[in-house]
Design a protein around this ligand. Structure first.
Ligand SMILES: *Cc1c(COP(=O)(O)O)cnc(C)c1O
Length: 448
């Protein structure tokens, strides 16, 4: 097959895939090519890498098994209940979904929760569809401070036709500049202020900002995509109790459930607009296998969340300090590095975020490039930072002392300029004994 003129995906990788398919003797061989790629990933990323991607979390064995359960082929549009559904045959599905909602309410200590979002991206679209009109003004953070596209012009907020004003940030303290916000916000009177970032190291002044915007009937919307698990487990801040109107988050980041979205709120007035935006606007069939996996992940959060989430934060703080000690400048070093699962390295002196992430990956250490406050939004492809997260290493049972070893690997490559290939075997050997996932009913707590 010839090459199309315009592909956004890497044309060489697509060409390779075409060559693989062309070389197959049968369609079944084509299927086998897919299965082989999945196996290669499972062996490499699943067993031989140190995964430090901040938004990545392994689900428990039980949650993962549920993702291939029978219920995943069943169709269940609409709201729970015999009359509210389009299809019949959903009595057990109603039970699963109701258990999921009630578990989410317990985990987040809220009056309402919804389980149908296929991603937190859709959670944010739900908020904008339900609670704004085109032309409204909102405030959100620019990308170099960690702002996410979903709350910017290029994402759902932009698609909704909102006018977006930047929340002022203090680039050194990595926190909202509250004094400046107090001056700016009344001038634009935003209807919503989106807090919560893809790069979140420290808590937000939710209560103070909520008090400010309430003067003109504005509200705080907390996008807790990354911090959802920390919030659930009481290990970060509690946005709803601090005055946020609605909280969205990713189920597959710190929350460690199946990749998808969660939305919770307390105000009964929001229930109809939010649920009307979810169905029939943004989701129809919503993957009941995923809902079941989300429900068991919520139960795990109730039982193990506090100790699990505390460990990922401790690991992040230990890793941040160990990297800084080895000559890699870390953001927020003067204030303890982080209160979340993330730490951010300024890697401009080592070649920048893209180059560094690719070099580390050659040693099976997986982290991602990230914009930092000194970057311009257009530095997106080649930013100055590296974002490192500790969810997976914690769930594999690693503790603070293991972070010293991981920092050694990283520093050998970046600071001592050792070729990544020369430490690859050491990384694989270090990772080898950590193959079991903890903080779940399958395997309990990690050995002391
Ligand atoms: C990851 C992220 C999202 C999108 O979440 P998905 O679950 O991937 O759809 C939204 N907002 C922020 C701040 C994020 O970091």
């Amino acid at each position: 097959m010839p090459q199309n003129e315009l592909e956004v995906h890497d044309p060489e990788i697509l060409a390779q895939a075409r060559a693989v398919l062309d070389a197959c003797q049968s369609v079944q061989e084509m299927q086998q090519a897919v299965l082989d790629a999945v196996s290669r990933n499972e062996e490499w990323r699943g067993q031989r890498c140190i995964n430090l991607l901040a938004p990545e979390a392994p689900t428990s064995p039980t949650a993962r098994a549920l993702l291939s359960s029978e219920v995943g082929i069943r169709a269940a549009e609409g709201h729970i209940g015999a009359v509210n559904r389009w299809f019949v045959g959903t009595k057990y599905i109603d039970e699963i979904e109701a258990l999921c909602i009630e578990l989410l309410k317990r985990v987040f200590r809220t009056r309402y929760a919804d389980h149908r979002l296929m991603g937190s991206m859709l959670g944010n679209m739900t908020v904008y569809a339900a609670l704004t009109q085109p032309g409204d003004i909102i405030m959100s953070a620019a990308q170099p401070f960690g702002g996410h596209s979903s709350n910017r012009l290029d994402g759902p907020a932009g698609v909704r036709g909102l006018k977006i004003v930047d929340i002022p940030f203090d680039p050194h303290e990595l926190e909202v500049d509250l004094d400046l916000f107090r001056k700016m916000a009344p001038l634009v009177q935003p209807k919503l202020v989106a807090l919560g970032l893809s790069m979140t190291l420290f808590p937000f002044p939710v209560q103070a900002m909520s008090d400010i915007v309430s003067e003109w009937g504005g509200h705080i919307f907390f996008d807790g995509a990354h911090q959802l698990g920390l919030i659930a487990a009481g290990q970060f801040q509690d946005p709803i109790r601090e005055g946020a109107w609605v909280l969205t988050g990713s189920a597959g980041k710190t929350f460690s459930g199946p990749q998808s979205g969660v939305i919770v709120w307390d105000d009964p007035q929001l229930t109809v607009p939010i649920t009307d935006a979810i169905f029939p606007v943004l989701v129809a069939t919503h993957q009941v296998n995923r809902v079941a996996a989300l429900a068991v992940s919520a139960a795990e959060m109730l039982a193990f969340g506090e100790i699990y989430m505390r460990q990922i934060v401790r690991n992040a703080q230990a890793l941040g300090d160990a990297l800084q000690q080895r000559g890699i400048p870390m953001l927020g070093a003067h204030k303890g590095y982080t209160r979340t699962q993330q730490v951010i390295a300024d890697v401009r002196q080592f070649g920048g975020g893209l180059e560094v992430a690719q070099r580390l990956a050659r040693a099976n250490i997986i982290a991602n490039k990230n914009l930092i406050p000194d970057d311009k939004p257009e530095n997106w492809d080649r930013p100055g930072g590296l974002r490192i997260g500790t969810i997976e290493v914690a769930r594999l049972g690693m503790g603070e002392e293991d972070m010293q070893t991981i920092a050694d690997f990283i520093a050998r490559i970046l600071v001592e300029n050792v070729a990544p290939e020369d430490i690859l075997e050491d990384v694989i050997e270090f990772r080898q004994p950590y193959q079991r996932l903890y903080y779940c009913f399958d395997n309990g707590l990690p050995p002391a």
